[in-house]
Every structure is written in structure tokens, then in C-alpha cells.
Design a binder for this molecule. Structure first.
Ligand code: 5AD
Ligand code: SF4
Length: 477
């Protein structure tokens, strides 16, 4: 679920990866001068970033316009993440800064959205005295109402979780993106109860969004010039929606196919896949359509069966290995990436070695790597002891990171000489003489610009050089 940019960061960066905030907002035009303005910052997973676009849509309908300029805003919103302790610390630091701004600007409102709002509920309003509004992930429709009340001096909170809310009818306001790729949220919540994870508590029960509204959103994006969609959910492979009129069931493989059929020029990606739920039918659907990207984010978390059991992942090492075999058997060109937790409760050195060896086996093209951070209220916090010393956790994480760096480099070196279709996403970060874009396997590729190609075009690029993070090449006709 996390940032899909396949860089292989240093340990420090890995730890911080999901914590990087991003401020969204479009520059104001002259006609907007009199509107009330909101500034929104998002932390954590792509689902949060996608939710911020739903919030922007709800606020736009009630007369607010987005701004990038915090000093210019009447309402500051922070969409928060609770997944690891560090994520929450980062948000608290930001709130202190908003506090200072608020003291200079009476009337400015501050709202906390997302997982921390849900987790800390009323405590937030008590602890952080300058927070005016607290809104959980299923209550964004109530925002305009809560803002009105807060304007009258009444602090507002709505953290009710829902079994139905999917925001299916809300057309997200696309914020701060490249106009080429967009996320589409297909489901909300999670029923898995991995023992380390706070998400089932902050985001509630799993529910799938109406498939017609998803396909309509994909079509609308394509009509507006977008060339790539990523279907988002905590566990996309358990997507299931029943058409109330026909009682027909749409599963994830069906949904993937429906999206792929929007246009062969629209790439379809998805994230995240739980290894227990991804089916052969999904794999064969991926194989059948060239525009479904050959890339699966398949978090392993640990390579040891005893630890996987403690994590309540509901698969063991052999089962995961069989899934990896199946993927490579059906799609030899598919790239697989992972999430890995080092130093989970009672993990031994040998068990840690199992994680390193499964990374080799699966040949991950990249991974998001973390050390275990106990989260209040989770099954692990209640039933297990967080007994691995921090130094050991960090050392094991470092070994995992180094392993991934080696694997990524090997993976990328094998690409030299091959030709890939790349979707041009824009100028490369380092030089406006170069384009950047990704191949189907989600590998970032940089290459010199060539007439008449532009952002949003597909080009064939021959790979000439590789590092662990990036491929370099040139356009071939
Ligand atoms: N500690 C460390 N990492 C965690 N993740 C989830 N909860 C925790 C935790 N308590 C990681 C998992 C998950 C990713 C989104 O975040 O690897 O797949
Ligand atoms: Fe958390 Fe597990 Fe659900 Fe992912 S699948 S959100 S790790 S409980």
C-alpha cells in the first residue's frame, strides 16, 4: 500500500518512508480570492492520499478551495497515519507547528483526519487544545457540518466507523498529481487482524465499492487524459461486490478485467495483495491483458512459519513459496515486491535468517522494510511481549535492507539490453533534458527526451545502465 516508487532507501529512509507528509493543493486562480481555503497534508499509505482527494471533493462542494500555501488557509487538515509509533510522532510535531500558526491567526481551524483521529478519538481534543475537529476515515461526509459547528466555537468529533461507507458516489478532486496516473479506492477497511496491525481498528470492517462506480471513475480518468490507474485497498484480492439488481458477484479478477477493458492504452495496477487471497484467476487475468501491469505487491512480513503464525498471517513459509512459484510460472516476467517486519515478538536469529532467505527465493524487485513497533490495542500488544531489543531490531532491519539492495541491483542489472514499453510520467527529477517513466514491472526508468514524445505517451526504451533504484536507457523506434 505504500509509496510505489521503487527506490531502495537507506535504513533511516525506510523507517521514515510512510511518514513523509505531502501537502496537496492547487494554486488559486483570481476568481478564487474570496473563497475559504483549506490546506491539507497527508501521511501514511496511498489510501490516505486517496482519502484526501475525497475530502477535497466534499469540501469543494461546500465552497472551500484547496491551497498549497498554509499561511493563506482558513482550515488546516492533517490526514494521519497510526501504523507505526514514528508516524504518530511526526503528526504530533506537525500539530505543534500548526498550533503556532493558529496563534498568529485567530479563526483559523485545525482538523485531524484519518487513522489517528479514529485511534485517539476524544483524547485528541483534550490533549491538543488547538485541534478543532477530529474526523475518522468513515465520517468525511460530516466534515462541512463539523466545520460549521467549529466556526461557532463548538469543537467537533465524528469517528464513527461504518459497515457501508465506500464514498462510491464521490468523484475525487485530483490533487497535486501528474495528470497521468491516479489512484482509485476500490474497498475500505480490513478484516484480516494481522496481530501487529492497527488498521482493522482504525479503518474498520472490510467493504467493497460498487464495481460500476469504479469502472466509471476509470473511464472518466481515461477521458481526461490519464493513462494509468492503481486500484487501492488493504487487501484487494478479497474484493467482492454483489450487484443488487442481478445478484451477480463481481470478484477482484472480474473487476481487473472490467478496468482493463476501459482501453488498452490505460494501464491498470493494484495494491495490496494478501498472499492468502490472490487467486490463479487473478494471475491469469493479469497474463491475458497487456495493460494489466506485471507487478504484484505481495507482503511476506516474515519468512518463518512460527513467526507468521504469531503474526496471524494465516499462511506459512511453504504456502508463500508456492504462491511465488505460481506467479513466476504463469508470468515469468512479473516483478514481486514485499513488506517486511524485522524483530517481531520473540523472533530468533535463525527465524530472522528465514526472512533473508525467503527474500532471495522470491527475488523481490523491491521491499518496504520496517522494524516492529508495538501498537496499542492490537492482538500482539495484548498477547505477545515486545521483547527484541531496539538495537537488535535495527541491526536485523539493516540486514534486510542490505539484502534488498543486493537483490534490487541484481534484478535491475538483468534488464540491461532489454527493451520495455515505458509510460512517460514527466521530466526526470535530476534533469529536464530527460524523461522518467515506469515499465510494466514498476521500475523507474530515465532516458533522454526525443521529439515528438511527450508526457503521457508510451515509448519503447532500451535499457543501457542500471543501479539498485533506477534504470537508464534510450528511446528506440
Ligand atoms: N510495526 C512495524 N511495521 C508494521 N506494519 C504494519 N504494522 C506494523 C507495526 N506494528 C507494516 C507491515 C505492513 C505495512 C503497511 O506496514 O509490513 O504491510
Ligand atoms: Fe493490517 Fe494485515 Fe489488514 Fe494489511 S492485511 S491492513 S497488515 S491487518
Amino acid at each position: 500500500m505504500y509509496d510505489s516508487n521503487p527506490t531502495i532507501p537507506s535504513t533511516e529512509k525506510v523507517i521514515d518512508e510512510s511518514l513523509q507528509g505531502s501537502a496537496y493543493g492547487n494554486e488559486l486562480d483570481v476568481a478564487d480570492v474570496d473563497s475559504k481555503k483549506f490546506y491539507i497534508e497527508s501521511y501514511g499509505c496511498q489510501m490516505n492520499f486517496s482519502d484526501s482527494e475525497i475530502v477535497a471533493s466534499i469540501l469543494s462542494k461546500s465552497g472551500f478551495k484547496p491551497t498549497r500555501n498554509i499561511d493563506n488557509s482558513d482550515l488546516i487538515l492533517i490526514n494521519t497515519c497510526s501504523i507505526r509509533e514514528k508516524a504518530e510522532e511526526t503528526v504530533r510535531k506537525r500539530l505543534k507547528i500548526f498550533d503556532a500558526i493558529k496563534q498568529q491567526k485567530p479563526g483559523l481551524m485545525v482538523g485531524v483526519l484519518g487513522c489517528m483521529a479514529e485511534r485517539l478519538k476524544k483524547k485528541f481534543l483534550e490533549e491538543e487544545r488547538l485541534v478543532d475537529i477530529v474526523v475518522g476515515p468513515d465520517a468525511y461526509r460530516d466534515l462541512p457540518n463539523l466545520i460549521d459547528n467549529a466556526a461557532e466555537g463548538e469543537k467537533g468529533i465524528n469517528v464513527l466507523l461504518s459497515r457501508e461507507e465506500t464514498y462510491a458516489d464521490i468523484s475525487p478532486v485530483r490533487l497535486d498529481n501528474n495528470g497521468i496516473s491516479a489512484f482509485i479506492s476500490i474497498m475500505r477497511g480490513c478484516d484480516n487482524m494481522c496481530s501487529f496491525c492497527v488498521v482493522p481498528f482504525t479503518r474498520g470492517r472490510e467493504r467493497s465499492r460498487d464495481s460500476f462506480s469504479i469502472v466509471a471513475e476509470a473511464q472518466d480518468l481515461f477521458d481526461k487524459g490519464y493513462k494509468e490507474i492503481t486500484l487501492l485497498g488493504q487487501n484487494v484480492d478479497s474484493y467482492k461486490w454483489e450487484n443488487p439488481e442481478t445478484n451477480e458477484l463481481v470478484d477482484f479478477a472480474n473487476l481487473l478485467e472490467m478496468c482493463a477493458l476501459v482501453s488498452p492504452k490505460l494501464r491498470v495496477r493494484f495494491s495490496t495483495s494478501h498472499p492468502k487471497d490472490i487467486t490463479d484467476q487473478v494471475l491469469y487475468t493479469m497474463k491475458k491483458y497487456d495493460n494489466i501491469c506485471k507487478y504484484i505487491h505481495l507482503p511476506v512480513q516474515s519468512g518463518n512459519s512460527r513467526v507468521l503464525d504469531l503474526m496471524n498471517r494465516t499462511y506459512d513459509r511453504d504456502w508463500y513459496i508456492q504462491k511465488v512459484d505460481r506467479i513466476y510460472e504463469i508470468m515469468p516476467d512479473c516483478a514481486i515486491s514485499s513488506d517486511i517486519i524485522a524483530g517481531f515478538c520473540s523472533e530468533t536469529e535463525e527465524e530472522h535468517q528465514d526472512t533473508l532467505s525467503i527474500m532471495d527465493y522470491a527475488n523481490y524487485s523491491m521491499s518496504y522494510m520496517f522494524f516492529y513497533s508495538e501498537r496499542p490495542g492490537t492482538l500482539a500488544a495484548r498477547k505477545l511481549t515486545d521483547d527484541i531489543p531496539l538495537e537488535t531490531k535495527k541491526r536485523r532491519l539493516q540486514e534486510v535492507v542490505e539484502k534488498q539492495q543486493t537483490l534490487s541491483l541484481q534484478h535491475n542489472l538483468k534488464e540491461i539490453g532489454k527493451v520495455y514499453e515505458i509510460l512517460i510520467e514527466g521530466d526526470s527529477k535530476k534533469s529536464d533534458l530527460d524523461f522518467k517513466g515506469r515499465n510494466s514491472q514498476n521500475k523507474m526508468t530515465v532516458f533522454p527526451k526525443m521529439e515528438p514524445y511527450k508526457k503521457g505517451d508510451y515509448v519503447k526504451v532500451k535499457i543501457l545502465e542500471a543501479s539498485s533504484a533506477t534504470l537508464k536507457g534510450e528511446i528506440v523506434q
